[in-house]
Design a protein around this ligand. Sequence first.
Ligand code: NAD
Length: 703
Amino acid sequence: MSQATDSTTKRAERRPDKWKDDDVRGLSEPELLRYRSNLLGSDLRITNYGGGNTSAKVAMEDPLTRGKVDVLWVKGSGGDLGSMTLDGFATLYLEKLQALKALFRGREHEDEMVGYFPHCTFNLNPRATSIDTPVHCFVAHRHVDHMHADAIIAIAAAGNGERLTREIFGDAIGWVPWQRPGFDLGLKIGAASEGTSTVGLILGSHGLVTWADTSKACYETTLRVIQQAADWLTAHGRPEPFGPAVAPPRPEAERQALVAQLAPVLRGKLSPLAPKVMQYVDYAAVLEFVGSARCEELAARGTTCPDHFLRTKIRPLFVPFRPGHETVADLLPRLDALVTRYRDEYAAYYERGKRGDSPPMRDPYPVLVLVPGVGLLSFQKDKATARVAAEYMVNTINVIRWAEGVDTYQPISEQDAFDIEYWPLEEAKLQRLPKPKELEGRIALITGGAGGIGGAIARRLLTDGACVVLTDIDPAALQHAVSELGTAHGADRVRGIQGDVTSEASVRAWFAFTAREFGGLDVLVSNAGIASAAPVDETTLATWQRNVDILATGYFLVAREGYSLMKRQGRGGSIVFVGSKNALVASAGAAAYCTAKAAELHLARCLALEGAEHGIRVNVVNPDAVIRGSRIWSGSWRAERAASNRIEEDQVEEFYRQRSLLKRNVLPEDVAEAVAFFASERSSKSTGNIVNVDAGNVTAFPR
Ligand code: NAD
């Protein structure tokens, strides 16, 4: 993907003008701002994910004086331009904001200005305003966009950014050297916007500010400036800005297999302080970058856009690897040293950069890992953050390509980067975040996830913050469960893969899939099952075999693969078997089922014994008579149990209730509660244990 040198023929791809006058007819100024923001934010070439902000100064009636006042509508803190609605904007009295100049005591005190913003709130709007508010409020035009387009950041982060800006835009776009966003920068932007033909500014190492007097004109200006930058960079870029290719991409199937092997080991090494979830990215641009001669050197210069360092860390970890010439097994012995060096260098960076009021050092392990021939693996506290961090690395790669194509890629100094990463205002934001959920960063695989009990377990583990892979033999039911859970808990955290627990190949594929999708495994719930009933002398060999295959052999295959993945990952884990009261209690007319369930129970005990030294806990939850929601009970099992107990089928639920000591029905959620306990750290000192969830049954009391 080399850049062209022939400036007469090469243009960057178009960023189309999506503004439609028909769509905006009759819209108020705030609605026009929302429309414009959605258009800008929906194209990642215009602003990166969650990045950038927009504003409009709107004359409105003051609810107290009934007079007209100018109100700054500005994107609130957090949120995404592409999808935001009107309530995503903060509203502030413009005059009060501008009057804050009188309170400004200079750059060394600028953080205190943020505390004044809430005092300027218009109309009791609860939306907190962005710390970028000063970028907007002093500009002498009604509409302002602040975008993080890759093409602009390439200029902003080039060694000769100011010269390039002049060369590309003449006087139309000004230049402000890097400084941390804040009140002082806002004043400089305001001064630059007054009384000239300038339509915007490039903020060194940061992004673009553009302005106009109508929403439409502002949108058009923003688009035009970004397109002009992209066209110029494309036309003038030299070929192979990353150097020649030295590790071409491996074929897709091989890449997938390499990630499945590598990700759990890396995850184990990157998660000593908090468990991480992985996002794997192998876009063509990423593969080109990681396989290029200059990848290590360029990546070491750091990621772009300082406001994302909290998510990406200042630089990625480059893993020297020659797939095709060596295997993952060859690489593994080198990984410890690479990770340790990154961690130590991060700690040294913290020590060099820290100031009196710096927050304590955060997790020093890398987020972004670049592997030649394979791609980018991003490890973060949850799937969404890992995905977004990976997207920022893709932005960085675009920026490096363009900047190195025409000049040098030179992001801000280490101290400036540190001051952003450890900015007390950012720390305050982190402190305000809700406490992480119990299973945040954990990855769970549930067999039989499309069934009654499996579904309830999935809901529960998702509610507790885990990422969940559902497996099941029934593709339609599985798809339904995945889409329902994805809608309720966010598609990022739910995956499904079809297969049969009795097939070694299926089961292996499930765990490889889990490693590729999320990076590893912490919780394995072996639950897929069937039930059958017949007196011993009427039990066919096929029925016997089917019970043994699914309930005993199936549990073995699943446990063996999950167990070895956990071992490779090296951070312990929790395996939970959904057994049955019948694992403990013989039941007339169900010899095959009871025997297979008893085998499960004993397998769990053996695994608990072997797993202990690796921190892998293995426990069993024994349900009984979970009739509601269970697909087992909607099949022939219900009729067989009714016949065996000499009751009608519609009396089954009541029958089992009366049979229990507590006279209560057992629900799938009750089983899920016990599984959640064993999945969590709350049971960290329990292994080889059994919890019966049967509303009390004296014959099942474990002895
Ligand atoms: P369910 O039928 O609702 O769910 C079981 C799921 O396992 C189904 O979605 C099914 O498609 C899947 N499955 C079956 N065979 C499979 C195979 N070979 N490979 C992959 N997936 C397969 O039943 P449930 O009540 O939710 O049962 C879950 C577990 O709880 C089972 O192990 C069962 O023995 C156990 N259990 C249930 C009860 C009860 O009363 N429901 C009582 C004791 C134990």
